[in-house]
Design a protein around this ligand. Structure first.
Ligand SMILES: *Cc1c(COP(=O)(O)O)cnc(C)c1O
Length: 415
C-alpha cells in the first residue's frame, strides 16, 4: 500500500492517523518501510537522508550493527523476565559514573515517565507542592508539565491540553528561559516550590542556547532558596557529550532525567540523583514508582551497547560539532538570509527569524509558513527534516561525507 492510502485508513482508526502528534505531517506523512545508517526508505521505495533520527534517540544512526548484535544476543535469551538482571547494576554504574553527583538511578520505560517520577520525588523530598518549568520546555505528555510545552504541543497550537484539571496545573508555574532575574523573583516570593525542571538546552523548541552563565545562575538561585534543580536531559544526555549538558556547562543538578539515546533506539527512560534524594524511591522509601517494562533486558542491552560504543569513540562529539558547523557555513555562504542558524554539537536548526531566539517567545515569532515551504523543498531534494519549526534537527555518526554534502547543498538552495 502507498503512504497516502495507509494514512487514509489510519485516520479512520487512529486519532489524527498517528501514534504521536508531530508525525501527522500535512497533507499526508510518508510511511517508512525500513532504515539503515542515516537513510530512511519509504514504502514507495524512496530513500531519504534523515535529519530527524526519531527525534533524538538514534545518535549512532538507524540499525547500527553493534546495537543490532546486542539486541540479537539478548533476544535468544528471552526479552522480559520481571526479575532483576545483571544488566541493571552494570548500566547503573555506567550512567551514574558519567554524571558526577548522580549517585543512584531508577530505570523506567520513557522520558515522560522519568520526569513524572522525578517531579513526584522532588515533592516527596521537599514536602512542597509547586514546581516551576520553563516556557516551551517539554518534559513529556503528563498533566503537571502540559503547560506551555514545546514539541508537538507547540507545533499543534495547543499549548494547554484539554482534560488537565485547572487545580492540578495551578501547581505548575512558568518562567522564560535565559532570565535568572525572573527566577530569583519567583523563588523569593514563593516558599511552596519543590523544584525547577528545565531542559538545560531547550531541544523541543530549538535548540535555544543558554546565555553565558545562565545555567550556573539557575543552580545558585535554586540552591539559595532550597528548591531542587531537575535537569531534563532526555535529549541532551549523551547527545552533547558524555555527561550531557551538566558536564558541558559544569553545573550539577539535584536530579537528572534521561531517555532517548540511553535506550539505543528502544523504549527507555531513567531518573538519577543524589543518594539522599533517591533513597526515598520505593521500595527503599515512601515515594512510589513502578513499571512492568522498567529496566527490561532488551532496552538495557541496547543502551549498554550504545554507551560503551560512545565511551570507545569520544572523538565523535567534536566531529559531529564540526559537521553542523559545515552546515551553518553553507547557509552563511549565501549572505544575509533573513533567518538564523543555531547549533550545539549535533543539534541544529534554521530559524525563520533574523536573530537566534533566546526563549519561547522568540521562537514563536518565527515565520512558520516560510519554514513549511523550506521543509517541503528539502523533502523534494531527498532530505527529511523534523516537520516543525519547533523541533531540533539531529545528526548521527552514520551521516557520511556524501550525506553532509547533500544536506549542505539543500540548505544553500532551499532556505
Ligand atoms: C522526548 C522528551 C521527553 C519525553 O520522552 P518520551 O520518551 O517521549 O516520553 C521528555 N523530556 C524531553 C526533554 C524530551 O525531549
Amino acid at each position: 500500500m502507498r503512504s497516502r492510502d495507509l494514512f487514509a485508513e489510519a485516520q479512520h482508526l487512529m486519532p489524527g492517523g498517528v501514534s504521536s502528534p508531530v508525525r501527522a505531517i500535512k497533507p499526508s506523512p510518508f510511511y517508512t518501510a525500513h532504515a539503515a545508517g542515516a537513510h530512511i526508505t519509504t514504502v514507495e521505495g524512496e530513500t531519504l537522508i534523515d535529519c530527524c533520527m526519531a527525534y533524538g534517540p538514534l545518535l549512532l544512526g538507524h540499525a547500527h550493527p553493534d546495537i543490532k548484535k546486542a539486541i540479537a544476543a539478548q533476544l535468544e535469551k528471552g526479552w522480559l523476565y520481571g526479575t532483576p538482571t545483571p544488566f541493571e547494576p552494570e548500566f547503573a554504574r555506567l550512567v551514574t559514573g558519567d554524571h558526577p553527583g548522580m549517585d543512584m538511578i531508577r530505570f523506567v520505560s520513557s522520558g515522560s515517565e522519568a520526569t513524572m517520577a522525578a517531579i513526584r520525588l522532588a515533592r516527596g523530598f521537599t514536602g512542597k507542592s509547586d514546581i516551576v518549568k520553563i516556557e516551551g520546555g517539554f518534559h513529556g505528555a503528563h498533566d503537571a508539565v502540559l503547560v506551555k510545552a514545546g514539541s508537538g504541543a507547540t507545533t499543534m497550537g495547543v499549548p494547554d491540553s484539554a482534560g488537565v484539571p485547572a487545580a492540578l496545573v495551578a501547581h505548575t508555574r512558568q518562567l522564560p528561559y535565559n532570565d535568572p532575574e525572573a527566577l530569583e523573583t519567583m523563588l523569593a516570593k514563593n516558599t511552596g516550590i519543590a523544584a525547577l525542571i528545565i531542559e538545560p538546552v531547550p531541544g523541543n523548541i530549538g535548540p535555544v542556547l543558554p546565555k553565558d552563565g545562565y545555567l550556573k545562575d539557575v543552580r545558585e538561585i535554586t540552591r539559595a532558596h532550597d528548591v531542587l534543580l531537575i535537569f531534563d536531559e532526555v535529549i541532551t544526555g549523551y547527545r552533547l557529550g558524555i555527561g550531557g549538558a551538566q558536564v558541558m556547562f559544569g553545573v550539577r543538578p539535584d536530579l537528572t532525567t534521561l531517555g532517548k539515546i540511553i535506550g539505543g533506539g528502544l523504549p527507555i527512560g531513567a531518573f538519577c540523583g543524589r543518594r539522599e534524594i533517591m533513597q526515598l524511591v520505593a521500595p527503599a522509601g515512601p515515594v512510589y514508582q513502578a513499571g512492568t517494562f522498567s529496566g527490561n533486558p532488551l532496552s538495557l542491552a541496547a543502551g549498554i551497547a550504545t554507551v560503551r560504543w560512545l565511551h570507545d569513540h569520544p572523538s565523535i562529539y567534536p566531529d559531529l560539532s564540526e559537521k553542523t558547523r559545515g552546515i551553518e557555513e553553507s547557509v552563511a555562504g549565501k549572505g544575509n538570509t533573513g533567518g538564523s542558524f543555531v547549533r550545539i554539537g549535533s543539534m541544529f536548526k534554521y530559524f525563520f527569524r533574523p536573530d537566534a531566539p533566546q526563549n519561547y517567545t522568540g521562537v514563536k515569532e518565527c515565520d512558520t509558513a516560510a519554514f513549511t515551504r523550506f521543509w517541503q523543498k528539502m523533502l523534494k531534494q531527498g532530505i527529511f527534516l523534523p516537520p516543525s519549526q519547533f523541533e531540533t534537527n539531529f545528526l548521527s555518526v552514520a551521516h557520511t561525507a556524501k550525506d553532509l554534502e547533500a544536506i549542505r547543498g539543500g540548505y544553500a538552495a532551499c532556505r
